[in-house]
Design a protein. Structure first.
Length: 329
């Protein structure tokens, strides 16, 4: 048979067809592969298909042959297994910092990593529509910029905003730019946070990435020692909800049923000291903030603050203030 046009594309088209149209449950016969090439203007004989399949195998493509009725060739190992992609799709669709449009685009790209039959199964679990998502489309690119800044020890400038009751942006510091040296990016409570040294405030602060605007790299910003020696693990264990607060050594008295809760929050290295038969005490570094008190309140009477006295007093005052508001409404 004389060679037809597009012969140079033959192996590439064959590879693409096998990758997207076949899997263990959907092998492709020699006739199916010949027809697929014919649709692209390439006429081949059956023996050519056998030779081309072997060439792709020699090049490293994991192609298996299923013999018997309804058999054929299919792609075995892929960069991602279907179960792994399901986890990634779940992460994308549940991530608040990724906009709805960007979530759908990412899921579409992930779906292209499996066969078309598997893609249908993968996309059945997609439920982006009713999820709470950010409306800041720039956040996806802001994260990339921040990674570049961290990798190259460079600073960034940005404006930081909140929303008012009209859902309008209100910029903090009168719209002035923040000058920050990034230390780390942290995923917490379904949001991305930048932890960095604020050159205006002179200490480590935390910022939600989806509330940043006009983010740019700035090579003129000096690199402080606080970022050079930054301990992300210790910071994450200390700060609740990524909110800033004065760090204290807080001693807690806990019921024995709270051992798992304490270890999950502060790590396996903390020292648990028995206090009678039903309780234990633990001393941990904590950024004392309303978010810490909220975590504490959620545990009811099972965990109480023993010291320092100022932390106990601050917790009492917050509880009293909340009760006063509740009583007056």
């Amino acid at each position: 048979m004389p060679k037809s046009a597009n012969q140079k594309l033959k192996l590439l088209l064959l590879q693409r067809y096998l990758f997207r149209q076949t899997d263990e449950e959907h092998p492709a016969s020699a006739r199916a592969l010949m027809d697929a090439l014919a649709r692209n203007g390439i006429a081949v004989e059956r023996k050519t298909i056998y030779a081309d399949i072997q060439t792709l195998i020699d090049a490293g493509m994991d192609i298996h042959c299923q013999r018997g009725q309804g058999g054929g060739w299919y792609v075995g190992e892929r960069p991602f297994e279907l179960a792994e992609l399901k986890l990634l799709v779940d992460a994308v669709q549940s991530s608040r910092f990724i906009t709805r449009r960007k979530s759908e685009a990412l899921i579409q790209k992930l779906s292209a990593l499996v066969s078309v039959p598997q893609e249908k199964a993968l996309r059945r679990q997609v439920h982006v529509g009713q999820r709470v998502k950010t409306v800041n489309e720039r956040v996806y690119y802001s994260i990339d910029t921040l990674h570049d800044a961290i990798a190259s020890n460079r600073g960034v400038c940005f404006r930081y905003f909140e929303y008012n009751v009209k859902k309008e942006r209100v910029y903090r510091r009168g719209g002035a730019h923040y000058t920050v040296t990034p230390c780390a990016l942290v995923w917490d409570n379904e949001n991305y946070y930048l932890v960095g040294y604020d050159h205006d405030k002179g200490d480590i602060r935390t910022y939600r990435v989806d509330k940043m605007d006009a983010l740019t790299l700035d090579e003129t910003i000096p690199y402080p020692d606080l970022c050079r020696n930054f301990d992300l693990t210790q910071y994450s264990q200390t700060h609740f909800g990524m909110f800033h607060g004065e760090e204290e050594q807080v001693r807690l008295r806990c019921e024995n049923t709270m051992v798992g809760v304490i270890l999950d929050r502060f790590g396996q290295e903390v020292m648990l000291i028995p206090d009678g038969e039903t309780h234990f005490t633990v001393t941990v570094p904590v950024a004392v903030s309303p978010q810490f008190f909220g975590w504490l309140f959620g545990l009811g009477t099972a965990v109480t603050i023993l010291s320092p006295a100022r932390a106990r007093l601050a917790y009492q005052q917050q509880l009293q203030a909340a009760l006063k508001v509740l009583s007056s409404t």
